[in-house]
Design a protein around this ligand. Structure first.
Ligand SMILES: NC(=O)c1ccc[n+]([C@@H]2O[C@H](COP(=O)([O-])OP(=O)(O)OC[C@H]3O[C@@H](n4cnc5c(N)ncnc54)[C@H](O)[C@@H]3O)[C@@H](O)[C@H]2O)c1
Length: 421
């Protein structure tokens, strides 16, 4: 007998698409979020997440979906899914306060037979060592006997038109085999394929392995980009050639730095856990160092390019194109555009930005002027820096109008005044 009531705790980039998919699969879905603007917007039919349309929210509401910001209105559920943020603390360690608060909520709402699934990315052991005792204490029930507890990492790729929640295999790891059964049964109804991990720990590690793999490989090409230029090698072309190998190679590309949640933040959770063993996770720390240096490198390259044109960065009008962390989405979390704007401003540049997905942008509480007329802004800038090649950009047209252009994505057509990172 399938579970019928699903409560999603945390209605952000992960929780909202999950709520949509669960509603589509026929579950009665309630969403609980502590931010009233989120729940109020959803109840008014407005989505605040790139991958969910207003029409999808309207569809869910028509099916009985409710978004509440008062825990007392959440009701009980057969399945409770926790999708709250896992940021870093001031000391760059894991900040599990939202996970603990959401677990406390789940503990209060839990009843015999409930499945609790944690989707927030975290270090291996969190489900078993942090979430489980809190739930058991709050409910007086035991995991695997009175209720089920599992970890199921979210693997969404915001803005990806091909792979969404439904057709991306879903990993589930239970704290006991019966917990894994319950989680596999639930996710099997909303995803095409469920992959069972040996336990919650392996499921937690699988997500961190995926993120660390990307982090390290991006750092590899970023480091190569810096020395390839000095060696007179076009790395973009080398990657294009290497990527023709049908096995054993996956292409990663250099860029202005890493953004979003998965790459710059999540691997810290793993290095934190490794440090408890008394030694560092050197690959992650090196990747962090290399990727973290890219905004500074972009700023240096901007200064150099202007210098070759007998101009100084100090006083130059610099236009940043695309300030989100990824193309074709509005999410700005950890976007490298921010440190780049900060560094350019510190060196005296007059920085403006254009982004079809961002209406207003502030760096260090100072508003960055937004260029509304793209053509005019590109023509007026001393230097244009392409940070995000959004679909909406006509790159050939931009390259045709710009006086000087630094292309951090290798996306622009070659020209004398255009330089790739
Ligand atoms: N965004 C992604 O692409 C992505 C992909 C994979 C995994 N993740 C992971 O999923 C988790 C959630 O990320 P996200 O991007 O959805 O974050 P988000 O910030 O978009 O959404 C989280 C939501 O949780 C709410 N919240 C915080 N504390 C709460 C509480 N105690 N009770 C109820 N609601 C609460 C916030 O108000 C917010 O709306 C993180 O661990 C993240 O690393 C994110």
């Amino acid at each position: 007998m399938p579970a019928k009531d699903v409560l999603v705790i945390g209605l952000g980039y992960v929780g909202l698409p999950l709520a949509v998919q669960a509603a589509r699969a026929g579950f009665r879905v309630t969403g609980y979020d502590t931010r009233p603007e989120v729940t109020g917007g959803l109840m008014a039919g407005r989505s605040h997440v790139d991958d969910v349309t207003d029409a999808e929210v309207a569809g869910m509401l028509a099916q009985g979906f409710r978004a509440v910001c008062d825990e007392a209105l959440a009701g009980t559920a057969d399945v409770i899914v926790i999708c709250v943020p896992t940021p870093l603390s001031v000391a760059d360690g894991p900040d599990l306060s939202a996970v603990k608060a959401a677990t406390a909520t789940a503990g209060r709402l839990l009843r015999a037979g409930t499945l609790v699934s944690l989707e927030s990315t975290t270090y291996p052991g969190t489900t078993d060592e942090v979430v489980r005792p809190l739930l058991e204490k709050a409910s007086g029930l035991s995991a695997g006997i009175g209720f089920s507890l599992a970890f199921s990492p979210e693997r969404i790729d915001p803005g990806n038109p091909e792979y969404g929640l439904r057709n991306t295999p879903k990993i589930v790891g239970g704290v006991t085999p019966s917990c894994a059964d319950a989680a596999a049964d639930f996710y099997g109804q909303i995803c095409d394929q469920v992959v069972r991990a040996k336990s919650a720990r392996e499921a937690e590690m699988a997500k961190l392995l995926e993120n660390t793999y990307r982090h390290v490989n991006i750092a590899l090409v970023n480091e190569m980009a810096i020395f390839c230029r000095e060696l007179g090698v076009d790395l973009w072309d080398a990657i294009r050639c290497a990527a023709t190998k049908p096995f054993g190679f996956q292409a990663f590309y250099p860029g202005p730095g890493v953004g979003g949640h998965c790459i710059p933040i999540d691997p810290n959770y793993l290095s934190y856990k490794v440090r408890t063993l008394g030694y560092p996770f050197r690959f992650v720390e090196l990747a962090q160092e290399i990727n973290g240096r890219m905004p500074g490198y972009v700023t240096e390259r901007a200064a150099e390019l202007l210098n070759r044109n007998a101009q100084a960065l100090n006083g130059a009008r610099v236009l940043l194109l695309g300030v989100t962390y990824k193309r074709d989405i509005a999410d700005q979390r950890e976007s490298p555009a921010r440190p780049i704007a900060r560094k350019l401003r510190r060196r005296g540049a007059a920085v403006a930005f254009h982004d079809p997905h961002v209406a207003q942008w502030q760096v260090d509480d100072v508003i960055v002027p937004r260029a509304d007329d793209l053509d005019a802004a590109v023509a007026a800038a001393d230097l244009v820096i392409l940070l995000q090649p959004h679909e909406a950009y006509d790159l050939a047209r931009i390259a045709g109008t710009a006086r000087l252009l630094l292309d951090t994505r290798g996306a622009m057509p070659a020209a004398a005044h255009v330089e790739a990172l």
